[in-house]
Write a protein that binds this ligand. Structure first.
Ligand code: FAD
Length: 304
């Protein structure tokens, strides 16, 4: 089923994971994912490092295991700056042979010491190539506070529109810490005529170092409420984890109540935190399903 179809009758819940560097790490991750099968995310996306050479085989293996062994739809990330068209075509064939037909098409970050191959300059070039190549469902990345390289929100939105026009049928945002950023962004997309489902990226802030590195790289401006948590619990990792999970849950509750298309959880491969978030919010996701809503209505009517 095309990912964009999932959004028709519910708020989607999906996870992002990254391929561990060692076979043991991969084994542990699969074990952890098997252990949390009660979560049944709508899909799991698997990153691929553009900067660290060709890591596409690790992404492929994990995507295949998730799709075929765990029976959960998987999405393979493909950053394109360092791939030729032939390499992408070969990779798409491999993915297809493993039953993986959902792709998150990305440009990837440029490395200063490594020239790009030149076949793809922007993610939209890759989207166009994949859609022309075969029957794949393609998603794209989006930036509510604009991409750090963009001159303006306007140009960023227009280039995003191009990505959608070339075939991206669903968007996933960079991590969002202030829900208002997402609603403002959705309004801009509406005005620009971009009407595909947009999942909001939520990252539980449970590790101060990690969050600092990521926000420095991405240039995301953090809300005061979030900075206060980081300052208050910087020296207490256990409290920081609890506060980070509570903050993420609070964001999700508010987003679902206001009709978000979907939540994409940046898990950082931490399935314990993922489980905690799911336990606190799964009834809210379930309540968004039209069938569940109707069933509840009938019960209430019967009651009175
Ligand atoms: P693009 O959509 O190409 O945009 C990049 C910049 O170019 C933007 O400033 C845009 O406005 C501009 N632009 C676009 N089109 C044009 C045009 N025609 N003319 C002029 N300017 C243009 N990176 C990885 O390496 N591996 C991953 O697995 C990965 N997963 C990610 C998942 C998500 C959900 C997100 C949000 C990001 C992910 N990234 C990943 C990071 C991403 O690769 C970087 O943010 C990268 O800098 C931009 O990628 P993009 O696909 O958004 O690029």
């Amino acid at each position: 089923m095309a990912l964009s179809e999932l959004f028709k009758d519910k708020t989607v819940f999906s996870l992002e994971i990254f391929p561990p560097k060692t076979p043991k790490g991969r084994h542990n991750l699969i074990q952890a994912l098997t252990g949390i099968q009660s979560i049944q995310p709508d899909f799991i996306s698997i990153t691929q490092s553009a900067a660290a050479g060709f890591s596409e085989q690790a992404t492929l293996q994990l995507a295949s295991q998730i799709q075929n062994d765990l029976n959960i739809p998987s999405v393979a990330h493909i950053p394109c700056l360092y791939h030729s068209k032939e390499e992408v075509a070969d990779y798409l064939e491999e993915l297809k042979a493993h039953g993986v037909e959902n792709i998150l098409a990305l440009r990837g970050d440029a490395c200063t010491d490594k020239p790009a191959v030149g076949d793809f300059r922007y993610a939209s070039d890759l989207v166009e190539f994949i859609k022309g190549y075969g029957d794949f469902d393609v998603s794209g990345a989006a930036y509510p506070q604009k991409h750090p390289e963009s001159d303006s929100v306007v140009s960023d939105t227009l280039y995003l529109k191009e990505k959608v026009q070339k075939g991206a049928s669903h968007l996933i945002t960079q991590m969002v810490f202030d829900n208002q950023d997402y609603w403002d962004f959705k309004q801009r997309l509406d005005l620009a005529g971009i009407h595909v489902p947009v999942e909001v990226g939520i990252m539980p802030c449970t590790n101060l170092k990690q969050i600092k590195r990521i926000t420095e790289m991405s240039g995301i401006k953090l809300p005061r409420k979030f900075i206060a948590i980081m300052d208050r619990y910087a020296d207490n990792p256990v409290a920081m984890r609890d506060a980070g999970i509570a903050y993420a849950i609070d964001q999700i509750v508010d987003l679902i109540a206001n009709g978000v298309d979907g939540i994409h959880l940046y898990t950082m491969n931490n399935m314990e935190n993922t489980q905690r978030i799911w336990e606190a919010t799964h009834n809210l996701f379930q309540a968004t399903q039209s069938s569940h809503f109707n069933a509840n209505q009938t019960t209430q009517e019967d009651h009175y």
